[in-house]
Design a protein around this ligand. Sequence first.
Ligand code: ADP
Ligand code: MG
Length: 219
Amino acid sequence: MDFDTALAEAWVRAVAAAVEQRQGELTELDSAIGDGDHGSNLQRGFSAVLTALDGLEPAGPGALLSRTGTTLISKVGGASGPLYGKAFRALGAALDGPAADPAALGEALAAGLAAVRALGRAEPGDKTIVDAYTPALAAYRQAVAAGEGLPRACGAAADAAEQGARDTVPLQARKGRASYLGPRSVGHQDPGATSTALLFRALAEVTAGRAHPGAGRSG
Ligand code: ADP
Ligand code: MG
């Protein structure tokens, strides 16, 4: 199985559905160590992405993901908008042609993480998106190197991202709003790492053909 336009669209739609469903949880996490807008930021961003996808005839998965990123950058004011926006744009730019094999998607996912790191300057352990994305990418690459296809590689990435998000609980934030709290940021799960895990779980579900109801192309 390769990552084609239909899968890219199913992924973005599954993310939008998951964000809608878990908006409250993300906002609650951001209320504890931020300003309580992470859920609504992503909800606003991904509902604009759904509108942008309507009637779009993307040349390939890369064009679709680039458009997703551009939309997030223009619609989300918080830190997460530009970070996820740049990540999706980098993913999109790395994917040329009608479909990407698992190794090529791995390179694109790596470009996405590099874009987050370039913009946000966060290191692993700073209690950010990077703490879920880094282990997810490592698990994905390990699975592909072991000969696994997209569904298992994405499943491994989602498991690792969820573990990475949980592992942010004891960390002290060193980037973003949560860093203003200093040691008081300890003991809470990072909202951005949590939404990154949600993104990877959605990817695992669509590649496994188990998308959230309502995700994917009509019917
Ligand atoms: P804001 O912090 O502007 O209110 P959000 O609430 O939407 O934006 O997003 C907060 C999340 O953004 C944090 O939980 C963290 O994971 C992520 N984040 C903040 N700064 C950075 C950074 N420099 N690098 C990576 N991720 C970051
Ligand atoms: Mg916030």
